[in-house]
Structure formats: C-alpha cells, structure tokens
Write a protein that binds this ligand. Sequence first.
Ligand SMILES: NC(=O)c1ccc[n+]([C@@H]2O[C@H](COP(=O)([O-])OP(=O)(O)OC[C@H]3O[C@@H](n4cnc5c(N)ncnc54)[C@H](O)[C@@H]3O)[C@@H](O)[C@H]2O)c1
Ligand SMILES: [Zn+2]
Length: 367
Amino acid sequence: MTRFSYSHSTGSTTVLISPDLDFSGFFSERPPGKRIAVADENLAAVLKNTHPGLFSLFDGVITIPEGEEAKSFLEFERLISLLAAAGADRRTTLVAVGGGVTGDLTGFAAATYMRGIPVVQIPTTLLSQIDSSIGGKTGINLTPGKNLLGAFWQPEAILIDPVFLKSLPLREVYSALGEMLKYCVLYSGSDFAEFTEMITTTPAASLIQNSDGKLTAWIEKSVRYKTAVVEADEKEQNIRAFLNLGHTLGHAIEKHYGFDELRHGEAVSIGIWFASWLSGTMGLLDEKSIEKIKFCVQSLVPRKPQQKIWNQEAVMSYLLKDKKKESDVLTFILPVKIGKCERVKLTDFALLDDRIREFRKQELQWD
Ligand SMILES: NC(=O)c1ccc[n+]([C@@H]2O[C@H](COP(=O)([O-])OP(=O)(O)OC[C@H]3O[C@@H](n4cnc5c(N)ncnc54)[C@H](O)[C@@H]3O)[C@@H](O)[C@H]2O)c1
Ligand SMILES: [Zn+2]
C-alpha cells in the first residue's frame, strides 16, 4: 500500500492507494463520531454486488441521484436536511463514495454543514481517483453556470482503491485517461512516451483489470503530480492554473457537443491537441511533438465526434465569455515541449477564431 500526505492551509490530507484497500482498518482507527456515507443511486446498486460489506462500515448511507444533476442546489439542500435529520453533529464525518459528482457535492456539504465537518473521499471513478477527489475544490452548479457555488475544503483522507474501476464503463476510463495525458504533457516527456506506449498497446478493458499493477502505478503517479501542485498553490493563485491545460477549448466543445457525444476527458484530450497545434502556429512547439500528441489523443478519443454539433460561433462565444473574467485577454496553457508548458495570453480574437476554424478542419478528418 502507498501512504503519503500533502499539506495545506488547514493541516494535511492522508492519501492511501492500494488494490483491496482495508477500509475497515482505516475507519476503526479514527476518533469516535458518526460516519455517514453519500453515494449515487447507480453506484450504490453496483457496490451491493461488488463490495457488499462496504456500507456496513457506516452509521448511515444517503443516496443522491446519478449524474451531474445531483450537483444542484436542490440536492444540496436535501442532503443537508437528511444530515440534520440523522443527527449529524460536528464530530460526524461525511464519506463521499463515488465519482466527481458525489465528491464535489458531499465535499461542499461538509464544508458548510455546521460551518464545516470532516470529509473522507473514497473515489470510485478513474477521474475522481486521479483528479477531482484531490485538492479540496468542492461545489455545486447553479443555473448561470457550472461549479458557481463552492468552497475549498480539504478532505481528511483520500482512500483510492483501483479495484473499484473494474465495474466502470470503458468510456469513463478513456475519458479519465485524458487527464492523465494532461499530467504527462505538463510535467514529463518520459512519462508521456510511456503513457502513449501503454494506451496504444493495452486495451482499456485489460488496463482496468490491473493484473500487472500498471494502472495502480499510473494512478499513483497522477495523484503525486496533483498533490504536489495543490501543496504549492492550494487556492489556484498561480501554478494550479496550469492544470487547465486543454480545458479552455475543452470546456467550450464539451458544452456544445453535449455529454453523450463527448465526455469531459475526451474534450480535454482534444483541447490538449489544440493547445499543442496552436503552440506550433506560434512557433513555440515543434512539429514532431505536435504529431506525437495528436497520435496519443486519437488513441484516447477513438470515436470521432459528430460534425453537426460543432458550432464555431457557439464555441467562440463560450471562449469569449470566459475571457470577460480577465478583461480583454484569454489565457491559454500551451506546451513549449512535451513535459513543459507556459501561460500565453492571447488578445487577437479574430486570429484565434481563424485558428480554431483551421484546427476544426483537421479534427474532423481523423478516422
Ligand atoms: N473538484 C475538482 O477538483 C474536480 C475536478 C475535475 C472534475 N470535477 C467534477 O467531477 C464531476 C465528474 O466526475 P466523474 O467523471 O467521476 O462523474 P460521476 O461522478 O458522474 O460518475 C460517472 C458515472 O460513473 C458511475 N460510477 C462511479 N463509480 C463507478 C464504479 N466503480 N463502477 C461503475 N460505475 C461507477 C456513476 O454512478 C456515474 O454514473 C464533474 O461534476 C466535474 O465538475 C471536479
Ligand atoms: Zn478536467
């Protein structure tokens, strides 16, 4: 088992990573107080078969609807009310069992209930294991936008068991691999080469069986990258913003393709390819590296998104709406080599519009 911790403004967070993690042992060593788990309905049904004893470790289990809709004000209020009805007090620990949706909502409930109670994250999707459960960003969506209401609230512990991933739909796995690609392009050329080798030679179905421990090693690598960044810049004043690589265009096309057409991590993969290509047009990244990134992305997003939903005007208007936050500048994280990125401020939006049109032509050609 891997055990380490990362420090932050309110103390430190323990991270445990192991297949067949000893959850019972972990909770038995904690101070007294109720433990209330939160899980989405879909996962709760899956876990009844795959991990029948897990929920018996808790004094109560609250289920929330499956999917992004659960990150709503209504569900937040319902969750808080159920906690109050269950007699939760300041010594109660919330345990988020699930993907990023459950983690974000439960984390936010923990941040706010009685002005803050402890939360433990048990992430069960690859995305939540390598990204969303780490770093203390919690929140819900409001009508005007995603994650508009939230708080930084660090979990007391993050318990990562790759065995959960065996029941995860393959598309969710591929999608999360896009975030792994992000860490490689940001931080390490040699990791990128290994990662490309892995995903082009090992089908995701055998990867999640994890019989050779390869996936566990990559999860750990990703978690260490993210915790190091959070430790250095918890509140995203500076280098944590680099984790937005691929997300500027990614968020815009994610919104306009729609969830069924393109998962978040798939949109991020395409966003990373775009960032590399754009970097190339500015003379910041060499052709060979762009080709390598493109090859990797095309392995991660095997299904070409449908042309009909890509709408240039809508994507541009989404990007420019984002820009308003920073007056007349749009900041992109662009690779200058594989393993190193820089923050580049763009102000010529007509040129950006042309570039995205040009990129889109190539993107549509890939099968
Ligand atoms: N807080 C952060 O720093 C951060 C970072 C990235 C993303 N996010 C948020 O994370 C959310 C997306 O997270 P997600 O991709 O994990 O989605 P999710 O939580 O909706 O989970 C995806 C699906 O997988 C199912 N599932 C979960 N574990 C499973 C398992 N082991 N076996 C079978 N099915 C399983 C769920 O029921 C759900 O249907 C978004 O709301 C996003 O905003 C937060
Ligand atoms: Zn992301």
